[in-house]
Design a protein around this ligand. Structure first.
Ligand code: PRT
Ligand code: ZN
Length: 295
């Protein structure tokens, strides 16, 4: 590996691919992907990208073929390389996309009274390690059948009584007459890093990339709020602004009883907060997205 260029493993084609590349783009890291190739040099940042199947990413990082990887928590934990006592890779950040959860689901007509109802059942899954860990924790003995895909059809084919699979909207379970009964793991995309010590140059690049990734994530949630507030309601209105440390208070030309309040909110802003602000006397409320944040 070039001593100064970082190498990151991303999913080649699948649910994490677009968001992973979009995150790099939002960090100002440019690469033009032509899916025929597996290896890309970014032209404006010392980063090379290896496009692979997501299942290979934990190993590529653990073996230090790549310095970093972006992979679902489900895949990392199932790989066994995130073992709590001696993990083979380091989890640097939760990236806020690829959200799903691993759940045990049963045909709707099957009775479920808690995890004991799974005793002696056959459960089909692509996540045998995670499922076994869950069943062991619950003290339930069930038979695990490993399938690499289309797990949700296993009960209707008579291959299994239940399944353990990833769920995001729940539409696949619904479409196959199944209902989720127990959550095994919450998952989202993670930035993982090799445990090998990086040289000084690479370390500096890694630090810069991570800082940019964090700032992109912060900016995604954060909003810039502008509103007008009656002076005598100012304290009350400010307390309704979520995640705001120090709002800016500005005079309004020709208005003695009103001031403008500008603030950056670091939390998601919901309609009910805006309605509460309005009820507290705020007017001309504007909420704007923030593109970049630093410091
Ligand atoms: O080819 P490669 O091995 O790289 O890809 P893959 O087919 O193994 O993975 P892919 O692209 O399907 O998913 C990549 C990662 O996206 C997963 O490891 C998860 O971390 C994350 N993710 C997020 C999901 C889902 N949501 C998801 N809904 N992965 C899979 N699903 C599947 C699920 O298995 C089920 O078949 O979608 C279906 C359920 O979706 P809903 O919306 O109907 O509930
Ligand atoms: Zn995969």
């Amino acid at each position: 590996m070039d001593a100064a260029r970082l190498r990151i493993a991303l999913q080649k084609s699948g649910r994490l691919s677009q968001d992973s590349l979009a995150l790099l783009a939002a960090c100002g890291i440019h690469v033009s992907i032509n899916k025929a190739r597996l290896f890309y040099h970014c032209d404006n940042f010392p980063l090379d990208i290896l496009l692979v199947r997501d299942d290979d990413i934990p190993n590529l990082v653990a073996e230090h073929v790549c310095d970093f990887g972006i992979v679902g928590e489900n895949v990392l934990v199932e790989s066994g390389l995130a073992h709590q006592k001696d993990p083979a890779v380091e989890v640097m950040d939760h990236l806020g996309f690829g959200h799903c959860h691993l759940a045990i689901a049963l045909p709707k007509n099957l009775d479920y009274q808690g995890t004991d109802s799974l005793a002696s059942k056959t459960i089909a899954t692509s996540y045998p390690r995670l499922l076994k860990r869950f069943l062991d924790q619950k003290g339930v003995s069930a038979k695990i059948v490993e399938l690499s895909g289309s797990v949700e059809v296993a009960p209707s084919l008579g291959l299994a009584d239940a399944i353990c699979d990833l769920v995001s909207t729940g539409a696949t379970l619904e479409g196959n007459g199944l209902r989720a009964v127990a959550k095994v793991l919450d998952s989202q995309a993670l930035l993982i890093k090799t445990k090998q010590v990086l040289g000084t140059e690479k370390l500096a690049v890694a630090d810069l990339m991570q800082k940019r990734m964090r700032s992109v994530q912060q900016a995604k949630e954060a909003k810039y709020i502008m509103l007008h507030a009656p002076k005598d309601q100012l304290d009350n209105i400010i307390q309704w602004l979520p995640g705001v440390a120090t709002p800016t208070i500005l005079p309004l030309a020709g208005m003695d009883d009103l001031v403008a309040v500008h603030a950056v909110s670091k939390e998601a802003l919901f309609w009910d907060t805006l309605e509460q602000l309005k009820a507290a006397g705020a007017s001309s409320i504007l909420v704007l997205p923030i593109e970049k944040m630093l410091g």
